[in-house]
Each structure stands twice: as C-alpha cells, then as structure tokens.
Design a protein around this ligand. Structure first.
Ligand code: FNR
Length: 363
C-alpha cells in the first residue's frame, strides 16, 4: 500500500468511493438538487489561468501566513464537515491529529461524531469551532461555552443553513442523522427520526435548525462569547459589508460545498466581490471545489487570506484514516509550493491579482 499511495486528491476520492458504503459516499460527495453549483465549484477553477513570472530565484518558498494572529505554515486549513465516523471509526479525533501533524487549523463541525472534549484532548492543533444556531438557543450556547473552555480559538458561525438544502442522494438513500455526539444529554427529539418520508437527516434538520436565523443572532452570539466570530456562507458584497459592520472577525466565502442553494455562484467566482467589499477590514477565506494547489494559488491571487478544504480531507480519512487525511493536506501544500515556484512567488505576499487571468479579464 505504502508504495502505491495516491498522488492527488482525485485518486483519494476514487479510493474513498471504493472504501465506503454508497450511502456514506453519496452523503460526503453529493450536493443540492441538480448539483450545478457542485460541478461549478470545481469547474470555475478550471476557467482561471495562471500568469507565471520567470527568472526569479525560487530556491526558497515560504508559504507561511497568519490567521487571526495565529501563525500557520500554509494557508490551507480544514473545513468543518460533519460525522467523520462515517469515514473512519476514529472520526474527528483522527482528522484533528492529521491537522495537528501539519500544524494547521481544524474547524470542528457542530455535527461532529466525536465529543468536543475528546477532540480537544487528542492533540494540540489550533482549533476553531463551527456553530449552527438551533431553535434551542440554549443548546447552541452550551456548545459555544464548552468550546471556549476547551481552548477553541474562534467560532465559525454558518449562516447559509437556516434550513437544510435538498440533497437528493440522501433522500434516495434514506440517509441517517448526522453526528449527535455533542447533543447527548442536551436535547431529545420529539419525533421518531425513522418515520416519515425523505432522509433522517432532513427530519433531524427540521427539528433543530432555526429558520429565523438573522443578523440579530450574530449580536446574540457576540453577547455570549468573547471569541472572534467568522461568518461562513457569504457570497455577496452586500452581506460581506454587513458582516464587517456586525463585527465579524472574518468572512468565509462558501456555499457549503454546494449542499445548500443550488445555482448559488461557485465560490471562486464570488470571492473577488467579497474581497472588494470587505476592503481589508477583516480576513476573507474561501472554500468549495479546491482540489489542487493551483486552486489554492488562484484563491490567494483573488484575495483570499486562507482556504478551507472539506471533501478532500474526508476522502483521505475514508481511504487511509489519519495518515490519509494528513497526506491530503501535505499533497495540497506541496502542490501549492510548486505552483508558487513556477509562478515566481517566494512568499504568500508575492501572490497577486496579476498572477491570474479570469474569464472577465479575457473579455
Ligand atoms: C460539509 N460542510 C459543513 N459546513 C458546516 O458549516 N458545518 C457542517 O457540519 C458541514 N458538514 C459538511 C459535511 C460534508 C460531508 C461536506 C462535504 C461539507 C461544508 C464544508 O464546511 C465546506 O464548506 C465544504 O465542504 C467546502 O467544499 P469542498 O472543499 O468539500 O469542495
């Protein structure tokens, strides 16, 4: 096996497909409705070209950067994705250890299948905590406090999920509910999640997620935590400006890996308008469709401070556990290093808008 390690994210995806039951692979891989945005998240990167600069000494490449004051060796961090035990019995603990081995940041999902205490004590990665605002505000508040007391460094509030997107593969497969490890003892569910049509996941979401989620909840969250709050799921200049006004410490351009609103823009196409609207007030991150180091390079050139990867890490975890998740992050880092060298960029600061050619530039 060690002689035949996958050489890119795609190969990890193929291994994950072979390793997982169909229901689990479809849950990880799938998107909403027609999956237009799912395809476009990846395809839009393919329409951006690179403008390499040559005859620059690239014998030393420094990919390090800072995010909210934390030094990280590369701008690639781990996106929050739920229920890692679907991919590997060690779940989020394995992913956290992989992130820690790469000295990068892991954003732990609210729908983690491992207890946050267990993840926190498994290694000393820098961790952020992703939050869903539940109808039961007390449940969300308890988890914020637990994360804060366990040394998580920021809250990533997901704002694109007042209701769950329609993921047809999950409906067809009667997908089970997501990771509930952290809700034990905090809440019970009135309905039998097994009854009724559709997926268990949908019925679970209907009971828990609060469709009244609004800017007032950002205020509320600020009132219960002193941690910096990043808003995840912003794809317009209008909302980016509101996020800054609301006191967000960062904006994450995301369409939830195309699992929520189909026909939302591919994130790399929305990044520049958000970067312009934020005008340097806070860091802008992006996720969705990143499968190559060149994709990361393009995101940085269009103004991202850092990127998050979701499915690629999940594929690594499914294929080879902690070692696979770590290898995926390492591969993406190596690919970014190569892209920087071949574009003549020796540091992240040297990656500029002039290094990419978008479709708009070509018109
Ligand atoms: C997600 N995502 C997500 N986001 C979030 O805020 N909370 C969550 O619990 C989850 N869960 C989740 C599960 C799975 C299986 C996937 C694929 C995604 C969205 C995630 O944070 C991120 O936005 C996308 O995964 C980024 O796109 P890529 O990298 O998967 O293409």
């Amino acid at each position: 096996m060690e002689d035949n390690l996958p050489v890119n994210v795609r190969e990890y995806q193929e291994l994950a497909k072979k390793a997982l039951p169909k229901m689990h692979y479809d849950y990880i891989n799938g998107g909403a409705e027609d999956e237009y945005t799912l395809r476009e998240n990846v395809a839009a990167y393919g329409r951006i070209l690179l403008r390499p600069r040559v005859l620059i000494d690239v014998s030393k490449i420094d990919m390090s950067t800072t995010l909210l004051g934390y030094n990280i060796p590369s701008p690639i961090i781990v996106a929050p994705t739920g229920t890692h035990k679907l991919a590997n019995p060690k779940g989020e603990v394995a992913t956290a250890r992989a992130a820690a081995a790469c000295n990068t940041i892991m954003v732990l999902s609210f729908s983690s299948s491992c207890k946050i205490e267990e993840v926190a004590s498994s290694c000393d990665a820098i961790r952020f905590y992703q939050l869903y605002v539940y109808k039961r505000r007390d449940v969300s508040a308890t988890l914020v406090r637990r994360a804060e007391s366990l040394g998580f460094k920021a809250i990533v509030l997901t704002v694109d999920t007042p209701v769950l997107g329609r993921r047809e593969a999950d409906i067809r497969n009667k997908m089970i509910a997501p990771g509930l490890a952290n809700l034990e003892g905090l809440m019970s569910f009135d309905d039998d999640l097994d009854s009724g049509g559709g997926s268990k996941l949908e019925r679970f979401a209907r009971q828990t997620l609060d469709p009244s989620l609004s800017w007032k909840d950002v205020e509320w969250l600020k009132s219960i935590t002193s941690l910096p709050i990043l808003l995840k799921g912003i794809v317009t200049a209008e909302d980016a400006r509101k996020a800054v006004e609301a006191g967000a410490a960062g904006v994450i351009v995301s369409n939830h890996g195309a699992r929520q609103l189909d026909y939302a823009p591919p994130t790399i196409a929305a990044l520049e308008e958000v970067v312009k609207a934020v005008a340097g007030a806070v860091p802008v991150l992006v996720d969705g469709g990143i499968r190559r180091g060149t994709d990361v390079f393009k995101a940085l050139a269009l103004g991202a401070k850092a990127v998050m990867v979701g499915r690629p890490v999940f594929y690594g975890l499914a294929a080879r556990g902690e070692a696979g998740a770590k290898h995926v992050i390492e591969m993406l880092n190596k690919e970014l290093e190569l892209a920087m060298a071949l574009c003549g960029c020796r540091s992240i600061a040297e990656v500029t808008r002039r290094h990419v050619l978008t479709e708009g530039d070509r018109i």
